[in-house]
Design a protein around this ligand. Structure first.
Ligand SMILES: [Zn+2]
Length: 337
């Protein structure tokens, strides 16, 4: 095959190549180690005349260059075509990507932040007390001696050594009174535990919030103010509340705090169990004996305690039907808030 023929053939094949794989085959056939061009170059020494060898060498190299240029151009063309095809068919560059999973904050955690924020602006400082507690802090020092009938209010999870999983956040009270000097303003938002038959309204683990305020001349009026201020912030400005006498051994007097049912406005509906009111918080003035147990003279100081169950309040506020959702760790639940 002469040089001109091989040039024509190579350029034809390049023009015909319809894919990058085809093109690579053409390149190997002509420019590869055993390709046509090398074949031609190897024949040069056989030419008898020095002049002819020189001419042939130059000619073959210029053909080689033309083939290389044609290959390069075709390569660009084919790559462009490939992209266009991808664009047209399977791959839509305008379609949105796979969005990453975005977490959300558990409703109880969100609420805790709100409650902490609200009460810290009123001067309350956060306090913590153990979940696994000595009997005296959970009961005895709060005016609930071992044989006191009010212990029946709590079905308690005891350990063999006599300690208990705290049944309320009130185990914080005497601990904080002993650690501080009046005026005392502390709050706690944390878990409590009871031996409950688990159902949509009862869980062995639940949350309580409470504040303790000890100072000179602390009164029911302040308790009423604090209670209304907070419940209006949470449930809305129009929320109506009422105090009802209620017995807790560590306060005197003790009150149950009710909020008017926002769904029926007191007429009675399924949500409020036809009552028209929800019991939403418990409170009272700290019992003088509890103050004494905390090392505070009840003749000089008085105190108030006020608290509620955040689970229950959120269930009312957000329309959550089952308390167990809070503690199951199901992302489908948490993602809704
Ligand atoms: Zn109602």
């Amino acid at each position: 095959m002469n040089v001109v023929e091989s040039e024509v053939k190579a350029l034809e094949e390049i023009a015909r190549a319809s894919s990058l794989a085809d093109l690579e085959e053409v390149r190997l056939r002509h420019l590869g180690r055993n390709g046509v061009i090398n074949q031609l170059l190897s024949e040069i020494p056989e030419l008898p005349r020095q002049e002819d060898r020189k001419t042939a060498g130059g000619l073959i190299n210029s053909v080689k260059e033309k083939i290389e240029n044609a290959l390069e151009e075709k390569d660009r063309e084919l790559k462009k075509k490939d992209l266009k095809e991808i664009d047209r068919s399977s791959f839509d560059i305008t379609s949105p990507g796979i969005s990453p999973h975005v977490g959300s904050i558990h409703p109880l955690t969100q609420f805790r932040e709100f409650v902490r924020d609200t009460f810290s602006r009123l001067g309350f400082e956060e306090a913590y007390a153990p979940h696994l507690e000595e009997d005296e802090y959970n009961f005895g020092l709060l005016n609930i001696p071992p044989d006191h009938p009010s212990r029946d209010l709590w079905d308690t999870l005891y350990l063999e050594d006599g300690r208990a999983m705290r049944t309320h956040t009130s185990n914080m009270q005497v601990r904080e009174m002993r650690r501080r000097k009046p005026p005392i303003r502390v709050m706690t938002f944390d878990r409590c535990f009871r031996y409950e038959n688990v159902d949509p309204h009862h869980s062995h683990t639940f949350t309580q919030f409470e504040v303790l305020y000890v100072d000179k001349d602390v009164s029911m009026g302040q308790l009423r103010f604090l209670s209304d201020l907070f419940l209006k912030l949470v449930l809305g400005e129009k929320t109506k509340t009422r105090f009802r006498p209620k017995y807790y051994p560590f306060v005197e007097p003790g009150v149950g705090v009710d909020a008017l049912c926002p769904f029926c406005e007191g007429k009675g509906c399924r949500v409020c169990g036809m009552e028209g009111w929800f019991e939403i918080a418990g409170a009272g003035l700290v019992h003088p004996q509890v103050l004494r147990n905390g090392g505070i003279d009840p003749k000089v100081y008085s105190g108030l305690a006020w608290g509620f169950g955040p689970d229950r309040m959120l269930m009312i506020k957000l329309g959550i039907e089952d308390i167990r959702y809070f503690y199951e760790g199901d992302l489908r639940f948490a993602k809704q808030f």
